[in-house]
Design a protein around this ligand. Structure first.
Ligand SMILES: Nc1ncnc2c1ncn2[C@@H]1O[C@H](COP(=O)(O)OP(=O)(O)O)[C@@H](O)[C@H]1O
Ligand SMILES: Cc1cn([C@H]2C[C@H](O)[C@@H](COP(=O)(O)O)O2)c(=O)[nH]c1=O
Length: 216
């Protein structure tokens, strides 16, 4: 049975790499994938991984109907044996419904990859719909780590290494940005709640103890 699978995880945990591996393994066996993406850091119409691999993809816009796009493609003699959707958190809930219809009506496997929550630890609308509709939600096995060594479960947005909690939900960016740039850092829940990034933890460790000393 074809499936809608949501591969989720934090930023930088290998989602795009896995998408490219799935594409590679299937195309090596003569299958043809339809690859969708939105707002990849490598630019429009690209699916890229930090390992340096990149492939062409169809750039999805707000008004793209993914089901209609595939029906058009197939009816014009194009081929699609499976579908990959990277950066799926940026898809609209309607587009996730269209992907579910691709599975059910066109009988194609759909592999969607994305982060579940934003920098405020709120669900992206597209990811919420994927959790609601997917046949399976798979958490990636290669865990990204918080600076403290614990498994990273949350995405922080940073400016100059300091975590921010205000701003637009969508700001394309990367981890390990240099100071003053808007960037991202993956953290465990404890340090996300305390807004402690690697930079602020380092600064706190270097500063003198300012806590009042309780009388004996
Ligand atoms: N120089 C490197 N050597 C080995 N692995 C790397 C290197 N740079 C990145 N990676 C791996 O690539 C992962 C990020 O892959 P990517 O597919 O870009 O992540 P995602 O799509 O989840 O943001 C990192 O978690 C790490 O495992
Ligand atoms: C947390 C968060 C992330 N983003 C953006 C930043 C990146 O461009 C992508 C995630 O890409 P990755 O391949 O998973 O690293 O999402 C955002 O727009 N808003 C956020 O809150």
């Amino acid at each position: 049975m074809p499936e809608l699978v949501f591969f989720s995880g934090t930023m930088d945990c290998g989602k795009s790499t896995l998408a490219l591996q799935i594409e590679h393994n299937r195309s090596a066996r003569g299958l043809t994938g339809m690859i969708f993406t939105r707002n990849d850091r490598a630019g429009e119409g690209k699916l890229s991984s930090r390992l340096g691999l990149v492939t062409d993809a169809v750039e999805v816009e707000d008004d793209t109907d993914l089901y209609a796009y595939l029906v058009d493609h197939l009816s014009q003699g194009g081929r699609a044996d499976y579908v990959i959707a990277d950066e799926a958190q940026f898809l609209t809930p309607e587009q996730i419904d269209q992907l579910a219809r691709v599975v059910d009506d066109l009988e194609l496997d759909v592999y969607a990859f994305g982060i579940t929550t934003d920098f405020r630890s709120k669900l992206f609308p597209g990811s919420q719909r994927l959790v609601e509709l997917a046949d399976r939600v798979e958490v990636l096995q290669v865990e990204a780590l918080c600076w403290c060594g614990a498994r990273a479960t949350h995405n922080a947005r940073t400016i100059g290494g300091v975590m921010v909690v205000e701003g637009a939900q969508v700001v394309v960016g990367d981890v390990n940005q240099s100071a003053d740039e808007v960037g991202y850092e993956v953290l465990c829940r404890r340090h996300h709640r305390r807004r402690m990034t690697a930079a602020t933890a380092r600064a706190a460790a270097l500063s003198p103890d300012v806590l009042p000393v309780a009388p004996a």
